[in-house]
Design a protein around this ligand. Structure first.
Ligand code: NAD
Length: 256
């Protein structure tokens, strides 16, 4: 498809299913040297072959590393696994969850569990990657998965929006902290993306139909379209881009 990620080693969390799986596969299609697939489980939610097998069939090297992103030590071990290929060039902290009940009365345990995955996870992942990038002295790109819901409050997902708003500012703040070491940090903010999770979640599926009708492009996004946005931010094509939240939402936020 392209060679914009040629010679790059890319680590993607939450890469067994959905958007993370598409990011990992797309990275191989954009010529990545190696893709490290991190997730708490290797089986794709949508069925089919594990992500690693899909990537190897495209021609890139791939490894699965079982990782719970809410644990700092798991993130450290994940980044160490990239040393086999010369170290991480692009770290994509994509893993994230939603809650069934996420209004103003979101239960405390659920709230803390969500924050540990959606907010601690990206920070621990970015810290581990930045440490190795600095030690290797070659800079790099860190991409954090935010959401349109981290910019707009529409949709009434209190804990989720809080976490994703935090991710947007985490990217800006880390961009300032790590820029002097040649490390760029950006967020991607998807709109409504057609994943298995979206199709099978009661409530979310109906709400997404409302968003689809309001979206200027009149369709949901495809996971591969997020993969292309991440490939751009991971590649040298975006060499002067840092501290942004790249909206990939079919124009929805422009009209909400
Ligand atoms: P998904 O549920 O299909 O995939 C998430 C993956 O993360 C799964 O493979 C899951 O096993 C993994 N995961 C969950 N907890 C983990 C943990 N503690 N450690 C490691 N891996 C873990 O979801 P998705 O729709 O692909 O969402 C991916 C990211 O995109 C999330 O951060 C989500 O908030 C964000 N996002 C999704 C949409 C959308 O419309 N689908 C929109 C905006 C943002």
């Amino acid at each position: 498809m392209s060679d914009i990620l040629k010679n790059k080693v890319i680590v993607v969390t939450g890469a067994s299913s959905g958007i993370g799986r598409a990011i990992a596969i797309r990275a191989a299609e954009h010529g990545a040297k190696a893709v490290i697939v991190a997730d708490i489980t290797e089986a794709p939610r949508e069925g089919g072959r594990p992500t690693v097998e899909e990537i190897e069939a495209i021609g890139s090297a791939a490894r699965f590393v079982k990782t719970d992103v809410s644990k700092r030590t798991d993130n450290d071990a994940l980044i160490e696994a990239s040393a086999e290929f010369g170290g991480v060039d692009v770290m994509v902290a994509n893993a994230g969850i939603t809650l069934r009940t996420d209004g103003a009365d979101v239960p405390e345990d659920d709230y803390h569990r969500l924050l540990s995955i959606n907010l601690d996870g990206p920070l621990f992942g970015a810290q581990a990657a930045a440490r190795q990038m600095k030690a290797n002295g070659k800079g790099g790109s860190i991409v954090l998965m935010a959401s349109m819901g981290g910019i707009s409050g529409a949709g009434i997902t209190v804990a989720y929006s809080t976490s994703k708003g935090g991710v947007v500012l985490m990217a800006k703040s880390l961009a300032d902290a790590l820029g002097p070491d040649g490390i760029r940090v950006n967020a991607v903010a998807p709109g409504t993306i057609d994943t298995e999770l979206l199709r099978t979640s009661p409530g979310i599926a109906e709400a997404s139909e409302g968003f689809r009708k309001r979206t200027p492009l009149r369709r949901l996004g495809q996971p591969s379209e997020i993969g292309d946005a991440v490939a751009y931010l991971g590649s040298d094509l975006s060499s002067y881009v840092s501290g942004i939240a790249l909206l990939v939402d079919g124009g929805l936020l422009a009209v909400l």
